[in-house]
Design a protein around this ligand. Structure first.
Ligand SMILES: Nc1ncnc2c1ncn2[C@@H]1O[C@H](COP(=O)(O)OP(=O)(O)OP(=O)(O)O)[C@@H](O)[C@H]1O
Ligand SMILES: N[C@@H](CCO)C(=O)O
Length: 308
């Protein structure tokens, strides 16, 4: 029976002002999933590596099998598959860990079935996995993990996903503090209503960020990285968040924000040298507060998930 392995990258969701509607993919970090067609009609998660034994093997709980089942349901197809997951992302990190598993699983399963779907068509199936893992079927991790680059979710009903341009030179620094923050918990602290003033400000910044991407206008991108919806509540859960924001101003970074639901912080810069310096000054902030941190510097991954 055919066997295929796929890789899907880490992602930064929200991108500050784009709560639930913007995300981009990161180079090199991600999950791998192997899918093997078998006899029968059951989906079985047979192997999980890199999760310290924390993730479920139950097919109704693992985002790999939940996503593939959503695809098979759409096809009204009953086939057996063995699924092996190789986690390359920390759990509850803000780097789209659950999304990367679902994205890699779908790309591999789509391949073994003869590619009945386009990559864009796989996004809704991955959203069903996010519903299970995060309590919400948001697309701002799974869409960029599958498609690559910067992605706007213009609408959810019906789903309307738009790929955005990536300015040459744009780099991302990720700071993953050594603490876990589950997406479901991080969503639970969000206010459910915002003022007209905040809605106006958020709309302007989303439009400004997207315009900055199209114009390759780095100062415009930088001044648009402001979030009045999620950051005010979630930054309180991330030690060093505001100290880091001040520290990176001295190295010329464009701006910072919470990656997804956190605790990872992302910093955007116009070149690799600044992104690296931003990582260095950020590490000092965490050293001063006594919190371990992993630092990653990456270009934006424009390829998305792919077959290995
Ligand atoms: N393959 C998987 N199957 C089931 N649950 C998973 C899988 N991978 C991660 N999770 C769980 O999903 C939940 C949401 O986590 P996730 O790790 O995606 O948050 P995250 O990395 O902070 O991402 P983000 O905040 O960007 O969505 C966590 O409890 C995590 O352990
Ligand atoms: N938009 C989601 C992203 C989670 O990665 C949230 O902020 O909860």
């Amino acid at each position: 029976m055919r066997e295929v392995t796929a890789f899907a990258p880490a992602t930064v969701a929200n991108v500050s002002c784009g709560f639930d509607i913007l995300g981009f993919a990161i180079d090199s970090l991600g999950d791998k999933v192997k899918v093997k067609l078998t006899e029968g009609s059951a989906l079985k998660v047979v192997e999980i590596q890199g999760d310290e034994g924390k993730l479920p093997f139950e097919s109704e709980k693992n985002t790999c099998s939940v996503a593939i089942q959503a695809m098979l349901d759409q096809m009204d197809l009953h086939v057996g598959m063995e699924i092996s997951l190789y986690k390359g992302l920390p759990l509850g990190s803000g780097m789209g860990s659950s999304a990367a598993s679902a994205a890699a699983a779908l790309v591999a399963a789509n391949e073994v079935l003869g590619k009945p779907f386009s990559k864009e068509d796989l996004v809704p199936f991955a959203m069903e996995a996010e519903r299970i893992a995060c309590g919400a079927a948001h697309a701002d991790n799974v869409a960029p993990s599958i498609l690559g680059g910067f992605v706007l979710i213009r609408g959810y009903d019906p789903l309307d996903v738009i790929k955005l341009p990536v300015p040459d030179g744009l780099h991302c620094t990720l700071l993953h503090p050594h603490l876990e923050l589950k997406t479901s918990d991080s969503r639970s602290v969000l206010k459910q209503q915002i003022s007209l003033k905040d809605a106006t400000m958020q709309s302007g910044n989303i439009a400004g960020l997207i315009a900055g991407l199209y114009k390759s206008d780095f100062p415009l991108i930088g001044r648009s990285l402001k979030d009045v919806i999620a950051e005010p509540s979630r930054a309180l859960l991330i030690p060093g968040f505001y100290e880091l924001r001040e520290a990176i101003k001295n190295v010329g970074a464009l701006g910072s924000g919470i990656s997804g639901s956190g605790p990872t912080i992302f910093i955007l810069s116009s070149n690799e040298s600044i992104a690296t310096k931003a990582g260095e000054v950020s590490r000092k902030v965490f050293d001063e507060i006594g919190l371990g941190v992993d630092v990653y510097v990456s270009k934006v991954n424009v390829k998305g998930a792919f077959i290995l």
